[in-house]
Design a protein around this ligand. Structure first.
Ligand code: ADP
Ligand code: TRP
Length: 344
Protein backbone atom coordinates (compact mmCIF):
# COMPACT_ATOMS: atom_id res chain seq x y z
CA UNK A 1 0.00 0.00 0.00
CA UNK A 2 1.17 3.53 -0.79
CA UNK A 3 2.46 5.47 2.20
CA UNK A 4 0.23 8.32 3.41
CA UNK A 5 1.04 11.86 2.27
CA UNK A 6 2.40 14.31 4.82
CA UNK A 7 2.70 18.00 4.02
CA UNK A 8 3.57 21.24 5.75
CA UNK A 9 4.84 24.71 4.94
CA UNK A 10 6.35 27.65 6.77
CA UNK A 11 6.08 31.28 5.72
CA UNK A 12 9.32 33.03 4.76
CA UNK A 13 8.65 36.03 6.98
CA UNK A 14 11.96 36.26 8.85
CA UNK A 15 14.26 34.11 10.95
CA UNK A 16 12.86 30.97 12.57
CA UNK A 17 12.44 30.99 16.33
CA UNK A 18 12.36 28.13 18.80
CA UNK A 19 8.56 27.88 18.52
CA UNK A 20 8.86 27.27 14.78
CA UNK A 21 11.64 24.78 15.38
CA UNK A 22 10.16 22.81 18.29
CA UNK A 23 6.57 23.08 17.06
CA UNK A 24 7.29 22.35 13.41
CA UNK A 25 10.72 22.02 11.73
CA UNK A 26 12.34 19.57 14.17
CA UNK A 27 9.31 17.34 13.76
CA UNK A 28 9.39 17.67 9.93
CA UNK A 29 12.86 16.11 10.00
CA UNK A 30 11.86 13.31 12.39
CA UNK A 31 8.75 12.49 10.34
CA UNK A 32 10.73 12.52 7.11
CA UNK A 33 13.31 10.16 8.62
CA UNK A 34 10.68 7.81 10.02
CA UNK A 35 10.18 6.56 6.45
CA UNK A 36 6.45 6.22 7.10
CA UNK A 37 5.23 9.02 4.82
CA UNK A 38 5.52 10.54 1.38
CA UNK A 39 6.69 13.97 2.53
CA UNK A 40 6.23 17.43 1.04
CA UNK A 41 7.70 20.51 2.71
CA UNK A 42 7.42 23.95 1.23
CA UNK A 43 8.29 27.60 1.59
CA UNK A 44 4.88 29.32 1.85
CA UNK A 45 5.91 32.44 -0.07
CA UNK A 46 2.37 33.19 -1.30
CA UNK A 47 1.16 33.30 2.29
CA UNK A 48 4.05 35.60 3.18
CA UNK A 49 2.78 38.12 0.58
CA UNK A 50 -0.09 38.92 2.96
CA UNK A 51 2.48 40.81 5.05
CA UNK A 52 3.41 42.98 2.04
CA UNK A 53 7.18 42.44 2.18
CA UNK A 54 9.54 44.26 -0.21
CA UNK A 55 10.72 42.13 -3.14
CA UNK A 56 14.26 42.18 -1.76
CA UNK A 57 13.21 40.96 1.69
CA UNK A 58 10.96 38.26 0.28
CA UNK A 59 13.72 36.88 -1.95
CA UNK A 60 16.16 36.87 0.93
CA UNK A 61 13.68 35.22 3.29
CA UNK A 62 12.75 32.49 0.79
CA UNK A 63 16.39 31.47 0.44
CA UNK A 64 17.03 31.77 4.13
CA UNK A 65 14.08 29.53 5.05
CA UNK A 66 15.05 26.94 2.44
CA UNK A 67 18.58 26.98 3.91
CA UNK A 68 17.13 26.42 7.40
CA UNK A 69 15.11 23.48 6.05
CA UNK A 70 18.22 21.86 4.60
CA UNK A 71 20.54 22.63 7.51
CA UNK A 72 17.97 21.23 9.94
CA UNK A 73 17.99 17.94 8.03
CA UNK A 74 15.27 18.03 5.38
CA UNK A 75 16.66 16.04 2.49
CA UNK A 76 15.61 16.36 -1.17
CA UNK A 77 16.32 12.64 -1.61
CA UNK A 78 13.67 11.80 0.96
CA UNK A 79 11.15 14.67 0.67
CA UNK A 80 9.84 16.98 -2.01
CA UNK A 81 11.06 20.41 -0.92
CA UNK A 82 9.53 23.24 -2.95
CA UNK A 83 8.44 26.83 -3.33
CA UNK A 84 4.67 27.32 -3.07
CA UNK A 85 4.44 30.07 -5.72
CA UNK A 86 5.75 27.68 -8.41
CA UNK A 87 2.54 25.67 -8.17
CA UNK A 88 0.12 27.67 -10.35
CA UNK A 89 -2.70 25.17 -9.86
CA UNK A 90 -3.02 26.37 -6.28
CA UNK A 91 -4.71 29.50 -7.61
CA UNK A 92 -7.30 27.43 -9.45
CA UNK A 93 -8.02 25.18 -6.51
CA UNK A 94 -8.16 28.13 -4.12
CA UNK A 95 -10.81 29.70 -6.35
CA UNK A 96 -12.89 26.52 -6.45
CA UNK A 97 -12.68 26.18 -2.67
CA UNK A 98 -13.51 29.85 -2.12
CA UNK A 99 -16.88 29.32 -3.83
CA UNK A 100 -17.73 26.82 -1.08
CA UNK A 101 -16.68 29.12 1.78
CA UNK A 102 -19.00 31.55 3.57
CA UNK A 103 -17.34 34.94 4.11
CA UNK A 104 -18.40 34.88 7.77
CA UNK A 105 -16.31 31.76 8.39
CA UNK A 106 -13.18 33.59 7.21
CA UNK A 107 -13.95 36.58 9.42
CA UNK A 108 -14.19 34.30 12.46
CA UNK A 109 -10.68 32.85 12.17
CA UNK A 110 -8.56 33.73 15.19
CA UNK A 111 -5.41 34.12 13.08
CA UNK A 112 -7.25 36.53 10.79
CA UNK A 113 -8.45 38.65 13.72
CA UNK A 114 -4.97 38.70 15.25
CA UNK A 115 -3.27 39.66 11.98
CA UNK A 116 -5.79 42.38 11.29
CA UNK A 117 -5.31 43.83 14.76
CA UNK A 118 -1.54 43.59 14.50
CA UNK A 119 -1.69 46.09 11.66
CA UNK A 120 -2.80 48.80 14.08
CA UNK A 121 -0.47 47.63 16.87
CA UNK A 122 -2.82 47.84 19.86
CA UNK A 123 -1.21 48.19 23.27
CA UNK A 124 -1.36 44.96 25.35
CA UNK A 125 -4.75 44.68 27.00
CA UNK A 126 -6.30 47.53 25.00
CA UNK A 127 -10.00 46.96 24.29
CA UNK A 128 -11.12 47.43 20.69
CA UNK A 129 -14.81 48.14 20.18
CA UNK A 130 -16.83 46.02 17.71
CA UNK A 131 -17.33 49.05 15.49
CA UNK A 132 -13.63 49.90 15.47
CA UNK A 133 -12.82 46.27 14.67
CA UNK A 134 -15.20 46.30 11.71
CA UNK A 135 -13.49 49.43 10.40
CA UNK A 136 -10.10 47.76 10.72
CA UNK A 137 -11.37 44.64 8.89
CA UNK A 138 -12.56 46.77 5.99
CA UNK A 139 -9.03 48.12 5.60
CA UNK A 140 -7.31 44.70 5.84
CA UNK A 141 -5.84 43.17 2.72
CA UNK A 142 -8.07 40.47 1.26
CA UNK A 143 -5.22 37.94 1.24
CA UNK A 144 -5.40 37.76 5.04
CA UNK A 145 -9.02 36.67 4.77
CA UNK A 146 -8.34 34.11 2.03
CA UNK A 147 -5.33 32.74 3.90
CA UNK A 148 -7.01 29.54 5.19
CA UNK A 149 -8.48 28.74 1.75
CA UNK A 150 -5.03 28.85 0.18
CA UNK A 151 -3.69 26.73 3.03
CA UNK A 152 -6.44 24.16 2.40
CA UNK A 153 -5.55 24.15 -1.31
CA UNK A 154 -1.86 23.54 -0.41
CA UNK A 155 -2.82 20.43 1.49
CA UNK A 156 -5.48 19.05 -0.84
CA UNK A 157 -3.67 19.46 -4.14
CA UNK A 158 -1.09 16.94 -2.92
CA UNK A 159 -3.63 14.69 -1.20
CA UNK A 160 -2.21 15.59 2.24
CA UNK A 161 -3.44 13.33 5.04
CA UNK A 162 -1.09 14.42 7.83
CA UNK A 163 -0.03 17.99 8.54
CA UNK A 164 2.63 18.68 11.17
CA UNK A 165 2.06 22.18 12.62
CA UNK A 166 2.06 24.11 15.87
CA UNK A 167 -1.00 24.74 18.04
CA UNK A 168 -1.87 28.08 16.38
CA UNK A 169 -2.72 26.29 13.11
CA UNK A 170 -5.36 23.93 14.53
CA UNK A 171 -8.26 26.16 13.60
CA UNK A 172 -7.02 26.33 10.02
CA UNK A 173 -6.97 22.53 9.86
CA UNK A 174 -10.49 22.33 11.24
CA UNK A 175 -11.46 24.76 8.48
CA UNK A 176 -9.76 22.51 5.90
CA UNK A 177 -11.66 19.46 7.13
CA UNK A 178 -14.97 21.31 6.89
CA UNK A 179 -14.18 22.28 3.31
CA UNK A 180 -13.27 18.69 2.44
CA UNK A 181 -16.61 17.47 3.78
CA UNK A 182 -18.49 20.11 1.78
CA UNK A 183 -16.60 19.36 -1.41
CA UNK A 184 -17.01 15.59 -1.09
CA UNK A 185 -20.71 15.93 -0.30
CA UNK A 186 -21.32 18.03 -3.41
CA UNK A 187 -18.99 16.36 -5.92
CA UNK A 188 -18.40 12.85 -4.52
CA UNK A 189 -15.48 11.45 -2.54
CA UNK A 190 -12.39 13.35 -3.73
CA UNK A 191 -10.28 14.45 -0.76
CA UNK A 192 -9.42 12.94 2.62
CA UNK A 193 -9.78 15.03 5.76
CA UNK A 194 -6.28 16.11 6.81
CA UNK A 195 -5.18 15.53 10.40
CA UNK A 196 -2.70 17.62 12.36
CA UNK A 197 0.40 16.15 13.96
CA UNK A 198 1.48 18.08 17.04
CA UNK A 199 4.78 17.84 18.92
CA UNK A 200 5.23 17.70 22.69
CA UNK A 201 5.83 21.48 22.46
CA UNK A 202 3.06 22.79 20.20
CA UNK A 203 3.08 26.17 21.94
CA UNK A 204 6.49 27.46 22.98
CA UNK A 205 6.08 30.60 25.05
CA UNK A 206 7.86 33.92 24.79
CA UNK A 207 11.06 34.44 26.80
CA UNK A 208 9.98 37.89 27.96
CA UNK A 209 6.36 36.97 28.74
CA UNK A 210 5.42 33.32 29.33
CA UNK A 211 1.71 34.09 28.94
CA UNK A 212 2.22 34.82 25.22
CA UNK A 213 3.35 32.39 22.54
CA UNK A 214 6.75 32.93 21.01
CA UNK A 215 6.02 34.65 17.70
CA UNK A 216 7.85 36.47 14.92
CA UNK A 217 5.52 39.40 15.51
CA UNK A 218 7.09 39.86 18.99
CA UNK A 219 10.82 39.48 18.26
CA UNK A 220 11.79 40.66 21.77
CA UNK A 221 10.66 37.35 23.25
CA UNK A 222 12.19 35.11 20.58
CA UNK A 223 15.19 32.87 20.62
CA UNK A 224 16.11 32.40 16.95
CA UNK A 225 17.75 29.24 15.68
CA UNK A 226 20.33 31.35 13.84
CA UNK A 227 21.26 33.44 16.89
CA UNK A 228 24.99 33.36 17.70
CA UNK A 229 26.11 31.37 20.77
CA UNK A 230 26.80 34.67 22.58
CA UNK A 231 23.33 36.01 21.90
CA UNK A 232 21.70 32.71 22.93
CA UNK A 233 23.61 32.87 26.25
CA UNK A 234 22.52 36.45 26.81
CA UNK A 235 18.85 35.95 25.89
CA UNK A 236 18.54 32.94 28.20
CA UNK A 237 20.30 34.81 31.03
CA UNK A 238 17.81 37.67 30.88
CA UNK A 239 14.69 35.53 30.19
CA UNK A 240 11.99 36.25 32.76
CA UNK A 241 11.56 33.70 35.56
CA UNK A 242 8.83 33.08 38.12
CA UNK A 243 8.72 33.78 41.83
CA UNK A 244 10.36 31.14 44.03
CA UNK A 245 13.57 29.43 43.03
CA UNK A 246 12.78 25.74 42.44
CA UNK A 247 13.35 24.18 39.05
CA UNK A 248 9.92 22.54 38.89
CA UNK A 249 7.58 21.89 35.98
CA UNK A 250 4.32 23.59 36.89
CA UNK A 251 2.81 25.41 33.89
CA UNK A 252 -0.02 26.90 35.99
CA UNK A 253 2.09 28.58 38.65
CA UNK A 254 5.57 28.61 37.12
CA UNK A 255 4.93 29.27 33.44
CA UNK A 256 8.36 30.73 32.66
CA UNK A 257 10.51 27.98 34.13
CA UNK A 258 8.15 25.31 32.74
CA UNK A 259 8.65 26.73 29.26
CA UNK A 260 12.43 26.67 29.68
CA UNK A 261 12.26 23.13 31.05
CA UNK A 262 10.36 21.99 27.95
CA UNK A 263 13.01 23.55 25.71
CA UNK A 264 15.75 21.86 27.76
CA UNK A 265 13.99 18.51 27.55
CA UNK A 266 13.36 18.69 23.79
CA UNK A 267 16.96 19.57 22.98
CA UNK A 268 18.74 17.33 25.49
CA UNK A 269 16.53 14.26 25.13
CA UNK A 270 16.21 14.10 28.95
CA UNK A 271 12.78 13.83 30.53
CA UNK A 272 11.43 16.70 32.63
CA UNK A 273 11.80 14.64 35.84
CA UNK A 274 15.41 13.81 35.01
CA UNK A 275 16.14 17.50 34.60
CA UNK A 276 14.27 18.42 37.79
CA UNK A 277 16.33 15.81 39.68
CA UNK A 278 19.57 17.16 38.22
CA UNK A 279 18.74 20.67 39.42
CA UNK A 280 17.26 19.81 42.82
CA UNK A 281 18.59 22.33 45.33
CA UNK A 282 20.08 24.53 42.58
CA UNK A 283 18.78 27.93 41.46
CA UNK A 284 17.62 29.59 38.25
CA UNK A 285 21.09 30.92 37.41
CA UNK A 286 22.64 27.42 37.38
CA UNK A 287 19.77 26.09 35.33
CA UNK A 288 19.94 28.91 32.79
CA UNK A 289 23.68 28.48 32.34
CA UNK A 290 23.23 24.76 31.63
CA UNK A 291 20.30 25.43 29.32
CA UNK A 292 22.37 27.89 27.29
CA UNK A 293 25.11 25.24 26.94
CA UNK A 294 22.57 22.63 25.84
CA UNK A 295 21.07 24.98 23.22
CA UNK A 296 24.44 26.15 21.89
CA UNK A 297 25.74 22.60 21.58
CA UNK A 298 22.54 21.32 19.99
CA UNK A 299 22.65 23.91 17.20
CA UNK A 300 26.40 23.53 16.53
CA UNK A 301 25.94 21.03 13.64
CA UNK A 302 23.05 23.13 12.30
CA UNK A 303 25.24 26.24 12.19
CA UNK A 304 28.09 24.31 10.54
CA UNK A 305 25.84 22.83 7.83
CA UNK A 306 24.13 26.13 7.19
CA UNK A 307 27.42 28.00 6.82
CA UNK A 308 28.45 25.58 4.05
CA UNK A 309 25.27 25.94 1.97
CA UNK A 310 25.68 27.91 -1.25
CA UNK A 311 22.68 29.92 -2.41
CA UNK A 312 22.90 28.56 -5.99
CA UNK A 313 22.68 25.00 -4.66
CA UNK A 314 19.76 25.86 -2.39
CA UNK A 315 17.93 27.49 -5.33
CA UNK A 316 18.50 24.42 -7.48
CA UNK A 317 17.08 22.11 -4.80
CA UNK A 318 13.98 24.32 -4.54
CA UNK A 319 13.55 24.46 -8.32
CA UNK A 320 13.94 20.69 -8.75
CA UNK A 321 11.49 20.03 -5.92
CA UNK A 322 9.05 22.56 -7.36
CA UNK A 323 9.13 20.83 -10.76
CA UNK A 324 8.24 17.49 -9.19
CA UNK A 325 5.50 19.03 -7.06
CA UNK A 326 4.12 20.89 -10.07
CA UNK A 327 3.74 17.68 -12.12
CA UNK A 328 1.76 16.09 -9.29
CA UNK A 329 -0.41 19.20 -8.80
CA UNK A 330 -1.23 19.41 -12.54
CA UNK A 331 -2.61 15.86 -12.59
CA UNK A 332 -4.61 16.38 -9.42
CA UNK A 333 -6.10 19.65 -10.67
CA UNK A 334 -7.25 18.00 -13.88
CA UNK A 335 -8.97 15.27 -11.86
CA UNK A 336 -10.64 17.93 -9.68
CA UNK A 337 -11.84 19.86 -12.74
CA UNK A 338 -13.39 16.68 -14.13
CA UNK A 339 -15.22 16.11 -10.86
CA UNK A 340 -16.77 19.57 -10.82
CA UNK A 341 -17.85 19.55 -14.45
CA UNK A 342 -15.29 21.88 -16.01
CA UNK A 343 -13.83 19.34 -18.45
CA UNK A 344 -16.07 18.74 -21.48
P1 ADP B 1 4.92 32.91 13.68
O1 ADP B 1 3.65 32.64 14.48
O2 ADP B 1 6.09 33.09 14.53
O3 ADP B 1 4.75 33.96 12.62
P2 ADP B 1 4.58 30.91 11.56
O4 ADP B 1 3.14 31.25 11.47
O5 ADP B 1 5.42 31.21 10.38
O6 ADP B 1 5.19 31.56 12.88
O7 ADP B 1 4.69 29.38 11.93
C1 ADP B 1 5.43 28.35 11.32
C2 ADP B 1 5.16 27.05 12.06
O8 ADP B 1 5.63 27.16 13.42
C3 ADP B 1 3.66 26.70 12.19
O9 ADP B 1 3.49 25.29 12.09
C4 ADP B 1 3.29 27.19 13.56
O10 ADP B 1 2.19 26.52 14.11
C5 ADP B 1 4.56 26.89 14.33
N1 ADP B 1 4.70 27.79 15.49
C6 ADP B 1 4.72 29.14 15.45
N2 ADP B 1 4.89 29.66 16.68
C7 ADP B 1 4.97 28.58 17.53
C8 ADP B 1 5.15 28.43 18.94
N3 ADP B 1 5.30 29.50 19.72
N4 ADP B 1 5.20 27.19 19.45
C9 ADP B 1 5.06 26.09 18.67
N5 ADP B 1 4.90 26.16 17.33
C10 ADP B 1 4.84 27.37 16.76
N1 TRP C 1 -0.29 28.78 7.78
C1 TRP C 1 0.97 28.17 8.10
C2 TRP C 1 1.73 29.05 9.14
O1 TRP C 1 1.41 30.18 9.35
C3 TRP C 1 1.83 27.99 6.88
C4 TRP C 1 1.17 27.11 5.87
C5 TRP C 1 0.69 27.51 4.65
C6 TRP C 1 0.89 25.72 5.99
N2 TRP C 1 0.17 26.46 4.00
C7 TRP C 1 0.25 25.34 4.77
C8 TRP C 1 1.12 24.78 6.97
C9 TRP C 1 -0.17 24.03 4.55
C10 TRP C 1 0.69 23.46 6.74
C11 TRP C 1 0.06 23.09 5.53
O2 TRP C 1 2.66 28.60 9.68
Amino acid sequence: MAKPVLISGIQPTGPLHFGNYLGALKNFVALQNSGKYRCYFFVADLHALTENPSAKDLEKNILSLASDFLAAGLDPKKSIIFQQSQIEELQELKWVLSTLTPVSELMRMTAFKEKVLQAIKPIDGEKISKKRFEEIVEEANFGLAEYPILMTADILIFGGQYVPVGHDQLQHLEFARTLVRKFNYKFGQTFVEPKELLTATPRVMSLDDPTKKMSKSRPGGCLFINDSPELIGKKIRIAVTDSGSDIKYDPQNKAAISNLLMIYSELSGLTISEIEAEFAGKGYADFKKELADVVIEYFEPFRARRAKLKSAAVKKILMDGSKKAHEIAKKKMLAIKKKIGLVL
